[in-house]
Ligand binder design. Structure first.
Ligand SMILES: N[C@@H](CCC(=O)NCCCC(=O)O)C(=O)O
Length: 252
């Protein structure tokens, strides 16, 4: 069987005097090496992406992290300048892709911005600048240039007993990295909380009643997929779900 294909929505970024549709290499590398799938980068277009045409051609969706935040209007909040930067092209691509993938039973792994998109797509809200809330740690990306330090593993999350992720990651404490200033505020009704931080921040969810693998994590398993066991296990589980879906698509 040819390698299954996974859609990864791009970010719309401006640098070097031009505008680009981009995905950070770590997600592409983890898709190839961790999940054993072929990445298919989807442009961050505000209009023009045919979501069903895309999903007709893929066997999974990987919603990656990004510096930009989901626009607050998408979860009924007032947009403040401080809530930026925004990426309307990413929002207009990733949220419909997540929604339709769930409807069609296409496997989904949502990371960082991706779990926030998943929550908003299913009707939840986001909390901003969570580090400013009493009792909440600073989950933000460390202000350093070295990526290995920025994505360094530095925080516990507790995977719930009996959760979907418990067989994948093991129930109880695992160590993860943390690079976010937003988090799930009100969890969407269809989301089951799978893991939390000691300060109560929701760190992983699954979709209740989903037709296939449908998981979101607030941390970044893609970065250490080569060396960190929980990271590797999560990407292997996603890849296995994608291969199962692909086999069914071929047989149809
Ligand atoms: N913008 C959101 C999501 C954070 C996220 O996806 N971080 C990964 C990228 C980190 C970076 O390159 O800055 C939030 O801040 O919560």
């Amino acid at each position: 069987m040819s390698k299954p294909v996974v859609a990864i929505p791009c970010d719309f970024r401006e640098f070097d005097g031009n505008v680009w549709h981009v995905v950070a290499h770590q997600y592409v590398r983890a898709a190839v090496e961790g999940a054993g799938v072929m990445p298919f980068l989807i442009p961050a277009l505000e209009t023009g992406n045919d979501i069903d045409e895309i999903l007709d051609r893929v066997d999974g969706v990987l919603a990656s992290g990004a510096r930009s935040n989901v626009h607050p209007s998408l979860y009924g909040a007032e947009a403040k300048e401080s809530d930026g930067p925004f990426d309307p092209g990413r929002d207009a691509t990733s949220l419909p892709l997540i929604t339709r993938a769930l409807e069609r039973g296409v496997p989904l792994l949502a990371i960082c911005r991706g779990i926030q998109e998943l929550n908003v797509a299913l009707g939840g809200t986001l909390a901003s600048e969570i580090q400013d809330q009493p009792g909440i740690w600073d989950h933000r990306k460390p202000d350093v240039k070295e990526l290995d330090v920025a994505y360094g593993i530095r925080q516990d999350v507790i995977v719930k007993e009996g959760s979907c992720l418990a067989p994948v990651l093991g129930a109880g404490r695992i160590r993860v990295n943390s690079l976010h200033r937003q988090a799930i505020g009100a969890a969407a009704p269809r989301l089951a909380v799978e893991a939390v931080a000691d300060d109560g921040t929701i760190e992983a969810v699954s979709v209740i009643g989903s037709k296939a693998f449908a998981v979101g994590v607030q941390w970044h398993p893609e970065y250490w997929v080569r060396t960190d066991t929980p990271s590797a296990s999560l990407f292997k589980a996603f890849g296995d779900a994608v291969r199962t879906y692909a086999a069914g698509r071929l047989a149809a």
